[in-house]
Write a protein that binds this ligand. Structure first.
Ligand SMILES: [Zn+2]
Length: 193
């Protein structure tokens, strides 16, 4: 599986050439992603910033369980099934369509916390990640105001490993992985013509 693999509501997680997973703190991540995360965590600590990963690799079965649990939660609040699925899909990818199933994505929070919500964006940890993640090959995968492109609401905690060269291009241009891949493809086609 390529580090630039695109997984979204349309494109499912490919099952070819799956990469090796290793433990990283309390979560599983793809080997290179884990190594880079630890480097990023150490650099952050050097700047007095404590971060940790609270969600990494998820199996297809676990993603399904999370999705069903969320849908059932909405239904028990009186929401219709189709609305419950749509509300859930804003933050949680449907089974088979989560980046977490690739091992290349991790959800990050403050080291003294167990998870994060939108208020994480106001913390110094989040600001540090925004400024520095690309140096370690990570991108903020679901930025603010890009839901129409990514299909997922703003998630200040969700970071995706793509490798340092790609990450610098993406973060410094303020674009999404979708836009980056589109420009790359377009450039390739123009050069071939
Ligand atoms: Zn996530």
């Amino acid at each position: 599986m390529d580090h630039l693999v695109l997984v979204d509501s349309v494109r499912a997680v490919p099952d070819d050439g799956f990469r090796k997973l290793v433990m990283c703190g309390r979560v599983l991540l793809e080997e290179e992603t884990a190594r880079s995360f630890i480097e990023m965590q150490q650099a952050a600590a050097g700047d007095g910033i404590g971060i940790r990963a609270f969600s990494g690799y998820r199996s297809a079965a676990y993603q399904k369980e999370l999705f069903i649990r969320s849908v059932c939660g909405y239904i028990s609040d009186g929401v219709s099934r189709s609305d419950a699925e749509a509300l859930t899909a804003r933050y949680l990818a449907r089974p088979g369509h989560s980046e977490h199933q690739t091992g290349l994505a991790c959800d990050i929070c403050r080291s003294d916390s167990d998870d994060a919500d939108e208020s994480f964006s106001l913390t110094k940890e989040s600001l540090w990640l925004n400024d520095n993640c690309f140096r370690f090959g990570f991108i903020l995968r679901y930025p603010r105001m890009k839901e129409h492109i990514t299909g997922i609401a703003y998630e200040p905690w969700h970071y995706r490993y793509v490798g340092a060269a790609h990450a610098a291009d993406i973060m410094n241009n303020g674009i999404t992985l979708e836009e980056y891949l589109y420009y790359r493809e377009l450039t390739k086609q123009l050069l071939n013509n």
